[in-house]
Write a protein that binds this ligand. Structure first.
Ligand code: FEO
Length: 399
């Protein structure tokens, strides 16, 4: 009897990972629904552990492994990715399981050494190389930059099962281990948020990876975060294609912060102007919206409209935070606009426009500036800016 049982995924394949119900911040990404770190056990004549878990969950993983293996040993550990959420317990796992061999991609060997300064030798496996488990086979496919240079996926041809590591995952803790046990809208929202915050800047690499995967027969995709796709995986692959192509809907995201409600009033007038043209708008006050939720909304948005008061000759800190984050995520194919209030110097709007231009957004119209408190004329001007943003969206993305 164990309090941490394994879950069977396919014949001779078990989930032995960990559920992190408590995590709310994953390196700056807000995770209100927690996450999982998925590790898998493949039982051939030889036994392989695919990935490990975040360090603090090593005991949980070892208990799940033991629930399947008893005193049998793990022969190989495959480290698909060096990031600590997957390899944080590698050292402890090596000590506890004493595997004959630990394998990683060529770049993974170096990344693991740089992280953990291991005494244990890591075997580099190349693109297309296979490792025999006797009656089963593991085949390795590099997935460079999905999510780090070292990332790879492992394929089990006898079960048509792909261990995709970060790709096709999501931060979602749940009692259910399989995607088909969860609501589709929840899956798509969390997968989109994960893609936006983790993989959006790397979208150009997705088609090449998809080409590689298209050559495989796949029944199950077992990612390293969130539920396992034993059915319904073609939908997530399709969504990845759409997100990688920066496909947009007729939607504008309006983000702002405010000191004395002036920029807030402008934001509302702009939002009304956008929606008056039949274009969807999402108004996100940054004092109440986390950067990772903004990124999720930006993923399929056609426009980003940004408002900030001028504070000490610059933009407001919450706005700077989100723009710095979004700049790194490299959203593509977007229209931009800026607005904000000021007292005397008024640099904020110009700085916002410079940042949006640097992010390669096309400005729909000159930004709207307001001295102290907006009057009816300024609010009309904001409403017009909203209509201009909507017109540009309609022109760029015809129905
Ligand atoms: Fe889930 Fe790139 O780590």
């Amino acid at each position: 009897m164990t309090s941490f049982p394994a879950v069977q995924v396919a014949d001779n394949v078990y989930w032995v990972g960990a559920i992190d119900w408590a995590i709310r911040d994953f390196h700056g990404y807000r995770t209100p629904r927690g996450s999982t770190y998925n590790a898998y056990l493949v039982l051939g004549e030889k036994i392989a552990l695919i990935d490990t878990v975040k360090a603090e969950f090593c005991g949980e993983m070892l208990a799940r492994i033991s629930s399947v293996l008893g005193s049998r040993r793990v022969d190989y550990i495959i480290a698909n990715h060096a990031e600590s959420d997957h390899s944080g317990s590698l050292l402890e796992a090596i000590g506890a399981l004493r595997p004959e061999r630990v394998c990683a991609s060529t770049l993974g060997v170096k990344a693991l050494q740089d992280h953990f300064h291991l005494d244990h030798e890591i075997t580099a496996v190349k693109e297309g190389e296979t490792l025999s488990l006797g009656n089963l086979t593991l085949a390795f496919a590099e997935m460079r930059m999905l999510h780090w240079p070292d990332s790879m996926a492992t394929y089990l041809p006898e079960r048509s099962l792909l261990f995709s590591n970060d790709a096709f995952g999501m931060h979602l803790a749940s009692s259910e281990r399989f995607a088909d046990e969860l609501p589709q809208s929840l899956l798509e929202n969390e997968a989109a948020k994960y893609y936006a915050n983790i993989l959006m800047p790397l979208g150009a690499l997705i088609p090449k990876a998809a080409e590689k995967l298209a050559k495989l027969r796949i029944d199950t995709i077992a990612p390293s975060h969130g539920p396992i796709w034993r059915a319904g995986w073609p939908r997530i692959v399709e969504l990845y294609g759409s997100w990688a192509a920066a496909t947009k809907v007729r939607k504008a995201v309006v983000i702002y912060d405010t000191m004395w409600q002036s920029t807030a009033k402008m934001a509302k007038a702009i939002t009304e102007g956008i929606t008056s043209e039949g274009v969807e708008a999402k108004l996100l006050p940054l004092r109440a919206t986390h950067r990772s939720d903004v990124a999720a909304e930006v993923l399929d948005a056609a426009a980003l409209v940004v408002g900030s008061p001028t504070l000490n000759n610059g933009i407001f800190p919450t706005v700077a935070d989100v723009l710095s984050y979004l700049k790194g995520l490299k959203p593509k194919n977007m229209i931009g606009a800026a607005f904000g209030s000021h007292g005397w110097s008024g640099e904020g709007v110009g700085q916002l426009e410079a940042m949006l231009t640097e992010m390669k957004l096309d400005l729909a119209a000159p930004g709207v500036k307001c001295v102290y408190v907006p009057d009816a004329s300024v609010l009309d001007h904001c409403f017009t800016l909203g209509k201009q943003v909507a017109a540009k969206i309609a022109e760029r993305f015809p129905v």
